[in-house]
Design a protein around this ligand. Structure first.
Ligand code: 5AD
Ligand code: SF4
Length: 467
């Protein structure tokens, strides 16, 4: 028997890349690869890259420099190390990667991961292999299911891709170019995946897609189902205690999604809803196709059906032409909404996007200063949100043993980490926890009720922030 070959994958960027990395591991398991934690002793290293901002993109090339040295070292000791670049940089830059980093053997775009075994064989014969086409066939039909042991090892929370690509073409964003047009997976396939995960101990499913609430997959009735209807179907699967979805566009929030939040206790009251800016002038230049007022109305629709709902968002500061007044409108929107957390980024021009051609750039100093102010405001909202949990009893889904002996860590509905002293058999259960204190971003508390209390599905905890 040949010994297993070692595979090391390093993922950058979004949740989709984390999910894709697992699919690559599952695909290559069939070729005798097992995962290893270090690149140095690997037979194959895959960099699963992100192209969303320049910084993310440039990391790849510095990592490839280090890997070249590791590859040469391996060759000196008579071992072959192959290097593959996957993800959105692979898609966007293709052959350019091999020109800049000749140690790379394989370049593979996100739609072609099911071809990885063949690409590796081609690289062995031809010296290298590149595939960045959008193949006609659906890769999901070819990607193997994870093995039961692999699902168990990955824990009680799992991502499931339901939709890929984006048709929105925000002027700053590379996603429509790197991930292509919106495609939704059929309902039956997603139900199969979720049932298999739930059968193997997964309790929390996060449906992911670049624009997840544009989901319009084919249902059992042959019609196109919106995300809300899909969520209703998935909530019926035994064992699925929690459902989430990410990332959404405000314009694609429809009544089915709002009713899902009203009707499904398993659907967590925490929604990531990027707005990017609070200025209508900038939103128009970004081609977001909504105003700040439209966004506030969407938030109100969620809040009308679940008072305990909380939001996170993404913001870009320093988009071309952003004035101090535009930026103030962003601060005003943040103040009005009141977030449980949010990500904010300095605008980074991406080659090939319309915004990269815009002349009125904002100075680096202004961007830094705006980012600091925005992050300060968001941090204070996040702290207030976390502090509000102290003294309340909240449901926690326990995930794993914490670093401190005897402690188990889980997450609240709002993804806040929560620690309790308890035996490890609570892992996988949702239990009420009385929150006593806050340590940085982590809640500390005590189990609040007898251990079988979760069987009676506890009431959702009511924490609200903002107006
Ligand atoms: N510059 C800065 N931030 C960007 N994002 C996307 N493209 C850019 C860019 N060119 C941010 C947006 C998006 C998040 C995933 O990344 O806020 O929602
Ligand atoms: Fe990018 Fe999101 Fe806009 Fe699509 S909706 S172009 S993924 S920012």
């Amino acid at each position: 028997m040949t010994p297993p070959r070692k595979l090391h994958i390093k993922s950058y960027g979004c949740q989709m890349n984390v999910y894709d990395a697992q699919r690559m591991v599952d695909t290559l398991a069939g070729e005798g690869f097992v995962e290893t934690a270090s690149a140095d002793d690997a037979d194959l290293v895959i960099l699963n890259t992100c192209h969303i901002r320049e910084k993310a993109s440039e990391k790849v090339y510095s990592e490839l420099g280090r890997l070249r040295a590791a590859k040469e070292e391996a060759a000196r000791s008579g071992r072959e190390m192959k290097i593959a670049v996957a993800g959105c940089v692979a898609q966007a830059e293709g052959e350019e990667i091999i020109r800049r980093a000749p140690a790379v053997d394989v370049v593979v775009g996100p739609q072609s991961y099911h071809h990885l075994p063949e690409l590796l064989r081609r690289a062995t014969i031809d010296g290298r292999a590149i595939e960045t086409e959008f193949p006609a066939e659906d890769k999901f039909g070819f990607l193997p299911q994870p093995k039961r042991e692999a699902i168990r090892a990955r824990g009680i929370s799992a991502f499931v891709t339901v939709q890929e690509g984006c048709d929105k073409f925000c002027t700053f964003c590379v996603v429509p170019y790197t991930r292509g047009a919106e495609v939704s997976r059929p309902v039956a396939k997603i139900v199969d995946d979720v049932m298999r995960l739930a059968d193997n101990g997964v309790r929390e499913i996060t449906l992911i897609g670049q624009n997840v609430n544009a989901y319009h997959g084919e249902g059992a009735d042959g019609r196109s189902w919106p995300l809300g209807k899909l969520l209703h179907r998935l909530a019926d699967i035994p064992g699925v205690g929690r459902l989430r979805y990410s990332t959404s566009h405000p314009n694609d929030v429809d009544d089915s999604l709002i009713s899902a939040h009203r009707d499904l206790p398993a659907l967590m009251p925490f929604v990531h809803l990027p707005v990017q800016s609070g200025s209508d002038r900038i939103l128009a230049a970004m081609n977001r196709k909504h105003t700040a007022c439209d966004y506030r109305k969407v938030i109100d629709r969620f809040r009308a059906v679940r008072q305990d709902i909380a939001f996170s968002s993404d913001f870009i500061v320093g988009f071309p032409g952003e004035s101090e007044e535009d930026f103030s409108a962003t601060l005003a929107l943040v103040t009005q909404i009141g977030y449980a957390g949010a990500y904010s980024f300095k605008y980074s021009p991406r080659p090939g996007t319309p915004a990269a051609e815009m002349r009125e750039t904002v100075s680096a100093a202004d961007m830094d200063e705006r980012l600091e102010r925005l992050q300060g405001l968001i941090d204070s909202q996040q702290s207030a949100f976390n502090k509000a949990a102290i003294g309340t009893t909240v449901d926690v889904l326990f995930e794993r043993a914490a670093r401190n002996a005897g402690q188990i860590v889980g997450r609240t509905a709002y993804l806040q980490p929560a620690h309790v002293m308890a035996p490890p058999d609570i892992i996988g259960q949702v239990l009420p926890v009385r929150i006593e204190s806050l340590e940085r971003y982590s809640l500390l508390g005590e189990l609040a009720a007898p251990r079988d209390a979760h069987k009676k599905r506890p009431e959702p905890s009511h924490i609200t922030i903002g107006a």
